[in-house]
Design a binder for this molecule. Structure first.
Ligand code: ATR
Length: 270
């Protein structure tokens, strides 16, 4: 069987081996898919030895997506723009890098009935996770995409990097006078049991809120959005399965079904 691997640190929590096994079962192919804990300074070494052992493809998660971007010989347009790679296609010693996170996010938003075209979108955070999904969000032609970050200068930097006229950038304290159709939390605040300290006036009764992380129960950010009257609060489980499906299609040339895997994973978590 062809061999695949996800590299990250930490990695124990990764559902990717299970998800890809479901896709392989659906399409009747045999795969071996492992999760590898790479030391923070050992990603390149681990990737090279995986390639030497005949690996066909890899997923890359935090904190190695930017390093993966630098190591690839060729990049998709989306990966080029986003500065981060989460999917590597290995052909001999040639590495092709793509980023499927934005696809996963947008596909899940559509699945949940959100409209992105002409919408006013707020993206919270300006780190790797935010940056990785910006190209896919821009492709949907939102009316505006506001990048807001605790450290405003980092949001301003992303605006300058992408340069699109729809993008605005600011710090959290400048959000007082606006509300949004869609709010996406791409900060890592939840990892330390916190939520981005944004004013509740950004939410109205039509606002859809999306947290890019997921857990068994609604995240702190989702709970806060519900309390302030959001129309719908969604976690990142569908995004996780969607980005994996797109990775699988890059390796196998066929798109697996996303929905049944989301349903089963949700059941496993509860
Ligand atoms: P990732 O790859 O998950 O995006 P990162 O590149 O380290 O990780 O970026 C983390 C993001 O979460 C940043 O936007 C960070 O804000 P700062 O740039 O101000 O540091 C944001 N973040 C982390 N903890 C946060 C908190 N408690 N409140 C608000 N934003 C937070």
């Amino acid at each position: 069987p062809r061999q695949f691997c996800v590299f990250g640190n930490p990695i124990k929590q990764s559902r990717s081996p299970w998800i890809h096994q479901q896709f392989a079962n659906q399409l009747g192919v045999e795969i071996e898919y492992e999760a590898t804990l790479a030391p923070c300074d050992g990603f390149e070494r681990n990737l090279k030895s995986f390639i030497a052992d005949g690996g066909s493809g890899a997923n890359v998660t935090a904190p190695f997506k930017e390093e993966a971007w630098r190591l690839c010989d060729q990049l998709s347009d989306i990966a080029k723009d986003s500065g981060a790679v989460n999917t590597i296609y290995i052909s001999g010693d040639h590495l092709y890098g793509d980023n499927t996170d934005g696809f996963g996010l947008v596909a899940d938003l559509h699945r949940q009935g959100a409209t992105l075209t002409n919408a006013n979108i707020l993206l919270l955070g300006a780190g790797g996770a935010a940056r990785g999904v910006i190209p896919a969000l821009l492709k949907e032609n939102p009316a505006t995409l506001t990048i807001a970050n605790r450290t405003a200068s980092k949001a301003n930097h992303l605006k300058a990097h992408f340069g699109d006229s729809q993008i605005q950038s600011c710090g959290f304290d400048e959000l007082n006078d606006a509300n949004f159709d869609l709010i996406i939390n791409a900060t890592s605040a939840g990892l330390s049991q916190q939520r981005p300290n944004v004013p509740s006036t950004i939410i109205n009764q039509h606002t859809i809120c999306y947290d890019m992380v997921y857990q068994a129960t609604p995240t702190g950010f989702m709970q806060w959005c519900s309390q302030h009257g959001a129309a719908l609060c969604i976690d990142g489980l569908g995004m996780l399965v969607g980005q994996a499906a797109k990775s699988f299609s890059i390796w196998f040339g066929k798109m697996p079904q996303i929905e049944p895997v989301i349903v089963e994973l949700r059941e496993m978590l509860s």
